[in-house]
Write a protein that binds this ligand. Sequence first.
Ligand SMILES: Cc1cc2nc3c(=O)[nH]c(=O)nc-3n(C[C@H](O)[C@H](O)[C@H](O)COP(=O)(O)O)c2cc1C
Length: 413
Amino acid sequence: MSYADIATTGLRCLPPETAHGAALALLGLGRPPAPPPPDPALAVTLWGQRFPTPLGLAAGFDKDARCPDAAARLGLGFGEAGTVTPRPQPGNPRPRLFRLRRERALINRMGFNSAGLEVVAARLEGWRRANGASQRPLGINIGVNKESADPARDYAAGLARVAPLADYVAVNVSSPNTPGLRAWQAGDALHRLLAALAEAHARLDGAPPILLKLAPEIDDEALAALLKAIEGAPVAGLILTNTTTARPAGLVSRQRAEEGGLSGPPLAPSALEVLRRAYALSGGRLPLIGVGGIDSAEAAYARIRAGASLVQLYTALVYRGPRLVGEITQGLARLLAADGFASVADSVGADHRAPTAGGQDSSISRAETRDAAISSPIARAAASGSGACVIGRPTTSAVAPARAASAGVATRA
Ligand SMILES: Cc1cc2nc3c(=O)[nH]c(=O)nc-3n(C[C@H](O)[C@H](O)[C@H](O)COP(=O)(O)O)c2cc1C
């Protein structure tokens, strides 16, 4: 048993939030035993950036960017700091994080405890100065304060502040613990948010890709409407999904009755399904990050085959510790090779393609294309091969501060 395994076991004896603080502090102090260097087949190039593996750290683990190197230290392919709110706020009263041990799941109602934009940005500025380019792409996830008078303006201000420091910016409109937040995923609110982001984006010199992070409780109609709304907007991808307010049948742990967002394996089926539908509805043209209940190489690979270009995890690390990272990356390389894929990119969305004699095909399966094309102009463009659909904006450098200012909006990287 390695010291990292012992630490993981020991941390699980502490109250969950104390254990989380201790884990972050330990990670800041030293590096757990590194997994072997990742197989080159695992490298993903997206938005002009190189991700050494597609497996990243989900938001919420390092809300205040205390350890921006967390992903590199854990052997992950990328990190995501935040959610950071414009002004500091304490979040909900404790206890607000609960272990569902039998399900290896968590329920949290943290409520965006955040040191605030200025503290986090200053910390990241210092880190960037000291380290130059990130060893791994680092996303920054932004939110709004509970008492925000104008959330669209606050999101835009957050984007402007973190853009020079981020390799991508995740706009969190899906935390279940800030009342009304999820309303920004749809309708007028979404349009106002996109307009505010577009305005802020236009003023930025070399803006990083912007991603929206969505809830698993989004039906096809809402998903199709969102995909239509983001056409032409500076949105380069989606993160699917945040935690769920649902309590799937079969949960046995007493803590299942706690209020908040459920993460871990019980979330996996709905997170996978939303991802699959988003890939089909967008004709596979919009980069997707899959997250929710990923706890094995098989689960990560299933998410990639369903349409994720990258995947993230959080809850499984709490239960399994850093050793899991090597297990997943090594397993992923084996699974890709077993299916005859030379790279992760080749396998993204493979489930949507009709198998051929060689076992691979490059077109979205006919049934799904037909289904998707009914409601999605994005899919229509993809299916027609016109390439006319404009989504997102790839950057031209992997280094956020040195990011070259690429003009205009470009098609998917
Ligand atoms: C304690 C905790 C705090 C979280 N905080 C955030 C957050 O601040 N912002 C965010 O976008 N997601 C947050 N999440 C959601 C995760 O990023 C992720 O989407 C979700 O947990 C599903 O992945 P998992 O099953 O691998 O944990 C949090 C999750 C947990 C467990």
